[in-house]
Write a protein that binds this ligand. Structure first.
Ligand SMILES: *[C@@H]1O[C@H](CO)[C@@H](O)[C@H](O)[C@H]1NC(C)=O
Ligand SMILES: *[C@@H]1O[C@H](CO)[C@@H](O)[C@H](O)[C@H]1NC(C)=O
Ligand SMILES: *[C@@H]1O[C@H](CO)[C@@H](O)[C@H](O)[C@H]1NC(C)=O
Ligand SMILES: *[C@@H]1O[C@H](CO)[C@@H](O)[C@H](O)[C@H]1NC(C)=O
Length: 826
């Protein structure tokens, strides 16, 4: 996170384009059958029985069981015994709230606004304007099936999961006289004085999923908004249909984001609207969004980097408008748009970029595998020019781009077709990269779930739950049950092993908290959670949880991933690491204040704040893993402190992938503030990643990345030979380091270094990007290391190959960031 104020005035959105009226039939539902991974054919002793074999799906025939039975959803019916361990009143604080228990009717008639708001706010929770952030008042606000009428905005609070029944998706519908705020759901309410209620780059750990958001009763001429969503990391919108007016002159919009540091969204469908969505934020990954009948499907008002995967646009006037600011002052840094389609739309993508537009690399764009059907202009340039002609028939853009390229040397200013990435077949499902949305286990009855609290774990942040959790995990795997981690903070003092076949789901991010001497030895690290033993094969699914540490844990590897998954990949969705800065961590402002004026060395680091050895280690034997919306965060500030005061926490390494067989998808991941590196790929292959996002630790180079963790050669730790070069720190941690690896395909990267010893002077625009010298290193025998839209901040050299700097920031200026549209190692 970084406090970064909104760059643009609110609602700087024009509505002058007239809607097109073209007939269109929605596409077939995609096939979910994935061919076996041919590379793994040799692997014959797996699979055993399907891990879900004995789970009994719900009956789906209404004439047999009736509609109520068909709608039943386990999360609604399971015993609600989650606790917020570090809340002041854990015994009375309610985590799970069913809006009907607060008086909502969902009958399509009653005004449910106040009842829904009561479900959100009850329990002295963290309200916009009154509270900066906290982890101690988590909530699931659950909507059973129904039509919930509202007359004013539902104001979202911090750390809130708003979840509808996915089996019979509830509707939130505005009355015609809907008045008030920005959004049927306002994720960050503006306060008096025009400031957001929560700083948008600090809005973490929240979700909305399984809804129909219906604006259609609101007059089309009213600029009504579905969801206002300026958010940061570890946030998501999933499985939401937005219904808006498509009448001529409609002013409806589904989602409005003007700032923040996101984030992820998936499986959204939009009908109608003027700008169906308006997006401005540092970066985001958006996957599987479908637009019908908007004037402009996506109005991109600003960004640094944006990853659009599997976007399908039908019957609009403009698909994606990224021309904001115009050709002399473009405000959109870069866009990566792939595995997508645009149909019956006169202009696919509107840009303001040309050979001499400003800033020079703003408006960087990469398209890959984009199907056009009746899109006469694929990419429009400024002033009515055509950058890439389309067709009134059908065609596929294999790959095309504009911006600066390094192949591997540069820069070359280019605009035109490029060879598409050579995609390894193992990463594909049909012609697209494999995708899999977070499972919600809709089809499973409540008796398929094993609650860890029912199984004897306490989750109270005090009791040692290691043995109870291990027994629950083992029992569930043996019985093919789904493990439900009721909300809680589960302290463990030894490694927790997740066996193959496990399915695990948390409740508003249940926390596993490592503690004690077992994880304290910097020279003898131990996994807190081990997913499969080395050599083990099979599948695991894990979602909605956080792995953390308590106190000094210099030997803690938060997640060690050994599992080899062949056929179906294993998956991790909305599982994060969080190291320090929250209640219960004993790594807060009181323990770990910043010390910028104390030179370190000679002063020693505070060993009580050495909080982890590594966040996630994907080991040699691992294979076939799909991570989606995963944020590995070492706290830069204390989330519980009203002033969000910065703190200094040391965690050695971020994400290390050294899987020999590779085959990894990293969709919407971010890794921040570790010591030696954020992402490191070593001796691996076949990795799809995008958007990846990093931040260098704010204290560096005081101390630098050599301190306090000894270099471990067997983990390919980087060696930092020189501390300062030309006055710029050389020994800050790497944002991204790729060693001796093949087919590392990165679809959007934001590698940021905002600070130098807690000062941002080094990253202020025009100051020479002197927070650190180097941030992205490619080393050894690599092939097909391809990066689309690399954005860096505060970094002097953007790409370094075997110690040789390939790209200097000043050749690639893009406003606050520096951008290279295309880098290829060979
Ligand atoms: C196409 O869009 C227009 C205006 O948005 C709408 O009126 C029309 O019904 C749409 N066509 C189809 C087939 O959806
Ligand atoms: C809005 O309309 C609904 C439904 O007609 C009605 O119940 C409600 O009182 C109205 N609210 C206002 C403020 O007029
Ligand atoms: C895309 O989203 C739709 C609507 O939620 C869903 O039915 C479909 O399965 C999703 N497809 C993928 C590839 O995730
Ligand atoms: C860090 O910055 C502070 C000012 O904020 C300065 O006094 C101090 O000398 C700096 N220390 C190092 C080691 O750069």
């Amino acid at each position: 996170m970084r406090a970064f104020t909104a760059l643009l005035p609110l609602l700087a959105v024009a509505g002058t384009v007239v809607a097109q009226h073209v007939h269109y039939e929605p596409p077939e539902v995609q096939s979910y059958v994935r061919s076996m991974l041919d590379e793994f054919d040799h692997y014959t002793h797996y699979p055993g029985p399907s891990p879900t074999a004995s789970l009994k799906p719900h009956p789906t025939k209404p004439w047999e069981h009736g509609p109520t039975e068909t709608c039943a959803y386990w999360l609604e019916n399971i015993n609600h015994q989650g606790i917020a361990a570090f809340n002041p009143s854990p015994s009375t604080y309610q985590v799970f709230r069913n809006v009907k228990d607060f008086g909502a009717k969902g009958d399509g008639v009653t005004d449910d606004t106040a009842a829904i708001q009561a479900a959100i706010s009850t329990g002295n929770r963290c309200a916009p304007g009154a509270c900066g952030s906290t982890t101690v008042t988590p909530a699931i606000v659950y909507f059973p099936t129904g039509v919930y009428m509202i007359s004013g905005s539902i104001i979202d609070y911090y750390y809130t999961q708003i979840i509808g029944n996915p089996n019979c998706v509830p509707t939130i519908r505005a009355f015609a006289n809907f008045t008030g705020g920005l959004g049927l759901i306002d994720g960050d309410q503006y306060q008096a004085g025009g400031v957001l209620g929560f700083g948008s780059t600090n809005v973490f750990w929240r979700q909305i999923r399984n809804f129909i958001i219906d604006l259609t009763l609101i007059p089309a001429s009213s600029s009504a908004t579905g969801i206002h969503w300026p958010t940061a990391q570890a946030t998501s919108l999933q499985n939401i249909v937005f219904q808006m007016s498509d009448a001529p002159g409609t002013q409806h919009q589904a989602i409005f984001i003007e700032s923040g540091s996101g984030g992820f969204m998936n499986d959204l469908t939009f009908y109608g609207g003027n700008n169906a969505v308006v997006f401005g934020n540092q970066q985001f990954t958006m996957r599987n969004l479908t637009f019908y009948n908007a004037v402009t499907a996506i109005n991109q008002i600003w960004d640094w980097g944006w990853t659009y995967q599997n976007i399908n646009i039908y019957n609009c006037s403009v698909g994606l408008n990224m021309a904001s600011g115009g050709r002399t002052a473009q405000s959109v840094g870069s866009v990566t748009f792939f595995d997508s389609s645009i149909t019956n739309t006169p202009i696919g993508i509107q840009t303001a970029h040309d050979a001499t537009s400003q800033p020079p690399t703003a408006g960087s764009l990469i398209l890959e595998n984009v199907q056009l059907n009746n899109v006469p202009v694929a990419v429009a340039g400024p002033g009515g020019t055509t950058a890439l002609a389309g067709t009134t028939g059908s065609t596929v853009i294999a790959a095309w781009g504009e911006g600066h390229e390094y192949l591997p040397n540069g820069p070359t200013n280019f605009e035109g077709p490029i060879p598409p990435n050579a995609r390894p077949g193992v990463l594909l499902q049909g012609s697209k990269y494999y995708q899999r949305s977070k499972p919600q286990y809709e089809q499973y009855p409540v008796d398929s779930f094993l609650s860890v609290r029912s199984a004897g774990a306490k989750g109270d942040g005090v009791t040692d739950d290691t043995n109870a959790l291990q027994a629950a995990l083992n029992r569930a795997a043996a019985r093919n049950m789904i493990v439900f981690f009721d909300h809680g903070d589960y302290k463990v003092t030894k490694t927790l092993r997740i066996p193959a076949g496990s399915k695990i789901v948390g409740e508003s991010y249940s926390v596993i908290l490592s503690s004690g001497s077992y994880f304290a030895d910097i020279n003898n690290p131990q996994p807190v959670v081990q997913v499969g033993r080395p050599g083990e094969g099979g599948q695991v699914e894990w979602s909605d949880m956080i792995v953390s540490t308590q106190g000094a844990q210099a030997g803690a590897i938060l997640i060690q991933w050994n599992l080899a998954s062949y056929g179906t990949p294993s998956g991790l969705w909305d599982v994060h690491t969080r190291i320090g800065g929250f209640a219960g961590s004993n790594l807060q402002l009181a323990q770990c204040p910043t010390t910028p004026t104390v030179a370190t060395p000679p002063a020693p680091v505070n060993v009580n704040c050495i909080a982890a050895f590594m966040s996630v280690h994907v080991t040699k034997s691992a294979a076939g893993l799909y991570f989606e919306n995963v944020w590995l965060w070492v706290a830069d500030h204390d989330v519980e402190d009203p002033a969000l005061t910065q703190i200094t926490i040391y965690a050695g390494r971020g994400l290390l992938v050294e899987s020999a067989a590779g085959t990894a998808w990293l969709v919407a991941t971010a890794v921040e503030h570790h010591v030696k590196y954020e992402y490191q790929f070593a001796n691996t292959k076949n990795v799809f990643a995008g958007q990846i996002q990093t931040e260098t630790a704010y204290y560096q180079p005081n101390p630098n990345a050599v301190i306090p963790f000894p270099t471990v050669a067997s983990l390919f730790d980087p060696v930092f030979p020189v501390a300062v070069v030309n006055g710029i720190p050389n020994a800050d941690g790497w944002g991204l380091r790729i060693l001796a690896s093949q087919n590392i395909l990165i679809y959007g990267a934001g590698l940021y270094s905002f600070f130098n010893n807690y000062s941002t002077t080094c990253s202020n625009q025009g100051n020479g990007e002197v927070c650190q010298n180097r941030i992205f290193s490619v080393e050894g025998a690599v092939s097909n290391v391809d990066v689309y839209n690399l954005n860096t901040v505060g970094t002097h050299y953007m790409i370094t190959r075997d110690g040789v700097d390939l790209a200097i920031y000043s050749d690639n200026l893009d406003g606050f960031v520096d951008t290279i549209a295309l880098f290829r190692s060979n």
